[in-house]
Design a protein around this ligand. Structure first.
Ligand SMILES: [Cu+2]
Length: 346
């Protein structure tokens, strides 16, 4: 076989492989981004990632477990005894159950509602005095904040889609979870243990989705949380901005694997806790000090989406660990998070 023939044959083989993997020749998709595939939803840790077609409903349930471990001051760890506080947190666990509904009155507009039920536990260490080195544990549990909003799809062409989202978070979660101190006084639990923000929050987002072919896809999302005003306790959480980008490969008709990078930055608490009758002394407990909030974190996540083609039923999971964190400290650092979820559309 001469060189030209070999070359033409290779080119032909490459072309047919490319065509077989191209969205363009899949059945009736007409160059449009398509949700009916395993990677048709983003990794389960991402919210507001997709819109629906007119008349569609979707129910979702997510279970998220987050583990926090170790105190950070800036991007390095600090030991409990070197913080200057009498009580510091050493470990925290958060179990969140999130329930979501989506409904699309039109192809361009999808309405969303979400709420959650959360369980928190925090281990704390006493660093000074006669009880130095001893541990205490506190727990909180209940309904968190509820958000209502919409997603507006403004671009849908050439296997790409983009939508804008805006939700309003309602302060349905409690901000006055209390505990009994060793001295028998009833005091507010630290900020991280409260179930809601106590403020009305705006949740804007911008999402871009691309399916270059049937085999793989990628997407990116920018989102924020803006706290309006101050809560009944007299403070407001710092605003937050996050950026996330992921790529997913359909390893089977019914399964996709994903990899994601996410970066977020959030501010210190604004205001103080003077309104609260049960305020903790911020000079004694580091987790009750409004200055020990906020920071920057970069996470990496791997995910698996399972999709049942005929029913559209989905089950997915994502596991994430921080690659980098720089926190206004002393503040508990992120250790890992695991999300498990199921989605059903009809
Ligand atoms: Cu949906």
């Amino acid at each position: 076989m001469n060189t030209f023939k070999t070359f033409s044959l290779s080119a032909l083989t490459l072309t047919s492989v490319a065509l077989a993997h191209s969205g363009k020749d899949s059945i009736g998709q007409n160059d449009k981004w398509y949700g009916g595939r395993a990677d048709g939803h983003a990794p389960i840790g991402i919210m507001a990632d997709h819109t629906h077609n007119a008349g569609e409903w979707m129910f979702s349930y997510r279970y998220m477990k987050m583990h926090m471990d170790g105190l950070y001051d800036g991007d390095s760890k600090i030991s409990p005894g070197n913080t200057g506080y009498m009580v510091v947190p050493t470990e925290m666990e958060m179990d969140m159950n999130m329930f979501g509904m989506m409904y699309a009155p039109s192809d361009n507009l999808t309405l969303t509602a979400m709420t959650n039920y959360v369980k928190n536990s925090m281990e704390m260490e006493i660093t000074m005095g006669m009880m130095a080195g001893s541990q205490t544990k506190m727990k909180s549990e209940g309904w968190g904040d509820t958000s209502l909003g919409g997603l507006y799809k403004f671009y849908d062409n050439d296997n790409k889609r983009a939508h804008l989202g805006l939700s309003l978070s309602l302060p349905t979660g409690s901000t006055d979870e209390t505990f009994r101190t060793p001295m028998g006084i009833i005091a507010n639990q630290p900020f991280a243990m409260q179930l809601g923000t106590g403020t009305y929050d705006l949740l804007p987002s911008l999402t871009y989705l691309d399916q270059p072919n049937d085999f793989w896809s990628w997407g990116a999302q920018l989102n924020g949380r803006i706290h309006l005003g101050r809560n009944d306790e007299g403070y407001s959480y710092g605003d937050k901005i996050s950026a996330s980008s992921w790529a997913a490969a359909n390893v089977a008709d019914w399964a996709s694997l994903s990899f994601r990078l996410a970066a977020s930055s959030w501010g210190r608490i604004d205001g103080n806790t003077v309104n609260s009758v049960n305020a903790m002394n911020p000079n004694m407990s580091s987790a009750a000090d409004p200055d020990n909030q906020g920071g920057t974190r970069i996470d990496a996540g791997v995910g698996l989406n399972l999709w049942h083609p005929t029913s559209g039923f989905r089950v997915a999971t994502e596991f994430a660990i921080p690659l980098y964190q720089k926190l206004n400290g002393p503040q508990l650092g992120q250790d890992w998070s695991l999300t498990l979820g199921t989605q059903y559309a009809w």
